[in-house]
Write a protein that binds this ligand. Structure first.
Ligand code: F1P
Length: 386
């Protein structure tokens, strides 16, 4: 599998984009990290198997109690994706809120969500709002699980338990493989807690299949991002796919400084459709539950001239007719196990658009790896480097 991934990596790193050749350096780290996801997921599975303590702890005390996930940025959309999946799989109420919401209305959030245990997700383990939320929960004696890619962080000091995934961290700015690796770790946890052996083996099969799929599709996706200049980017999804759409829009905004929006797919007709034109690229993350309706919208938007990228598990002639680019996942695995792979086209698209605008997606404009606030002045702390 390692072989497949590095082959894809070499090929895509030297690709020229719609006539322009991007700098050999800009976006190199991000591309490597996106393409390294299958290998990172193998390590994630290995580390999960070694962490029997976490699973034992969850089994004994917390399985049937409502969960609240708290985070910022990509980690927040990740939290929402996990919460949507766990609610279905574990039949337990799972909710996610941005850390700032918990900080400004803690009792309201706890009451509304019925949360008895809280997971705080932060790749860096340094985001001020998440640390303040952890501090607040500590004072309220709420059980917390910190989740981070940082080997040693303040978050760990503030939480009851900590889960660390340092192998999934990125060197570049934006979250790509850390997003999918934390997602897969929680999917595995959910599958084990639900006693769903079929799901566990579906998740086992994913890295190998994704490596092959990436080798076949990465260049096609990147080429779409540079084919022509789009003025607007829209990402659509229903159910848990809506949160992938949010993450996808954030990836586009971060890596290419473009304006991108996400909607529940059918909500797009209720106003946002006004922006659809031949300058709009609309990405559909098709879900099993809503696919029939979503295809109708793709057809409608094609008629308005919009370019459509459709990410679907299975290609159909109808889908081919209504998409500028159709990316087929082609998995026999259930939808639950396909989410990490589903978000990759958006990571590649954001990278390609950023490069085509002459930007360096490794170092997005105005951003830092974590938002660390100055407690005295209230704004971002002055830091040396990112
Ligand atoms: C969260 C985050 C990132 C985002 C940005 C600032 O960080 O919002 O998702 O890309 O660079 O920080 P973290 O709490 O997960 O470390």
């Amino acid at each position: 599998m390692k072989k497949n991934t590095s082959r894809a990596s070499k090929r895509t790193a030297s690709t020229s984009h719609g006539g322009r050749t991007s700098s050999p350096v800009a976006g190199r780290l991000t591309l490597q990290e996106i393409l390294s996801q299958p290998e990172t997921w193998v390590e994630t599975a290995r580390k999960f198997e070694q962490n029997s303590e976490l699973l034992r702890g969850m089994h004994s005390s917390s399985q049937n109690r409502p969960w609240l996930f708290v985070a910022c940025g990509s980690s927040y959309y990740l939290s929402q994706t996990i919460a949507a999946q766990w609610t279905k799989l574990l039949q337990v109420a799972c909710t996610a809120v941005p850390a700032s919401e918990l900080l400004f209305a803690p009792h309201e959030v706890i009451r509304r969500t019925g949360a008895q245990q809280v997971a705080l997700l932060s790749r860096s383990g340094k985001t001020t709002e998440v640390l303040r939320a952890a501090q607040l929960l500590k004072t309220e004696a709420v059980r917390t699980l910190g989740v981070t890619c940082n080997e040693s962080s303040v978050l760990e000091e503030l939480c009851t338990h900590t889960l660390k995934l340092p192998w999934a961290d990125e060197k570049s700015m934006v979250m790509t493989r850390s997003f999918t690796s934390i997602l897969l770790f929680f999917e595995r946890l959910g599958a084990k807690l639900a006693g769903d052996a079929e799901l566990v083996s579906a998740l086992d099969a994913l890295p190998e299949k994704t490596a092959t799929w990436l080798a076949a599709n990465a260049d096609k996706i990147r080429a779409l991002g540079t084919k022509r200049r789009f003025a607007d980017f829209v990402f659509l999804g229903q159910g848990a796919h809506y949160w992938l759409a949010q993450e996808a829009a954030l990836k586009m905004t971060e890596m290419s400084s473009s304006y991108a929006q996400a909607y529940h797919t059918l909500e797009f007709r209720h106003g946002p459709k006004a922006i659809a034109s031949d300058e709009t690229l609309i990405t559909f993350f098709l879900s099993e539950a809503a696919a029939d309706e979503e295809i109708l919208l793709a057809r409608e938007l094609r008629k308005l001239g919009a370019a459509t990228l459709v990410v679907a598990n299975r290609a159909t002639p109808e889908l081919r007719r209504n998409s500028e680019l159709l990316i087929e996942l082609g998995l026999n695995e259930p939808e639950y196990a396909r989410m990490a792979m589903t978000v990759i086209p958006a990571q590649l698209l954001g990278l390609a658009v950023g490069l085509s605008k002459g930007l360096n997606p490794d170092k997005p404009r105005n951003l830092t790896r974590a938002v660390v606030l100055d407690s005295k002045k209230g704004g971002p702390a002055k830091r040396r480097g990112a």
